[in-house]
Write a protein of this length. Sequence first.
Length: 206
Amino acid sequence: MKYFFLSLIVICLLVVGVFGFRGDKFSQPPIRIFPDMDEQDKIKSQKPSGFFLDGMGSRKPISGTVPNSGDNGILPVEFSEGRDGYYYSGAHEGTYGNGMPEELVLIDESASTALLGRGEDMYGVHCAICHGDAGDGKGVVGHYFSKANVVVASLYNFPQSSHPDGYIYHVIANGKGNMGGYKHNLPVRDRWAIVAYVRTLQAAAK
Ligand code: HEC
């Protein structure tokens, strides 16, 4: 009998403990032994928030940023995933080609200048650390690579005649040997912009 009452009490405590008073309204603040994450700063979807100046909880993507997955419904088409054709692969039916693809719509001089300017910026961000500002392969990182006997290529050794534009595009996207690919960092248009800029670096070095 003693055990019956004991277990009844335990069961009652358990039921109250589990299903308890959670969600009920009290005039006093509850005693929380383990507060865990009961209270936290968070934003619920589609709800207002006092945290942001405009009072909106849902935020727009920061301008100029590019989503790196398709999870949010925005397909990263500009990253060439699963596409072919010269613009996306640098090759015409398996052969690397020369020349800027028509998808870049370089209709006049200002369009070409803008593309080159973009190429210069992106080259400075992604390539110059290794290949050097001038493309001679003497970037800051290259200095340390040489200690591990890794030679950073001078970009002057890859002229259009032996290494077509499409090939340079391919190396930027997929990497080569000790160099990693940049297809997840650089959208297709930026890769071509860098190809164009690499050509001007080569011309300037002559
Ligand atoms: C982390 C250092 C590093 C960065 C950043 C880097 N490269 Fe390289 N790159 C290398 C190395 C090392 C090689 C030599 C690869 C080999 O042959 O093993 C190379 C080789 C190359 C080649 C010659 C490929 C061939 O056929 O041998 C080209 C063209 C090139 N890089 C272009 C670029 C461009 C354009 C960028 C910027 C998007 C870039 N690289 C960024 C390290 C780098």
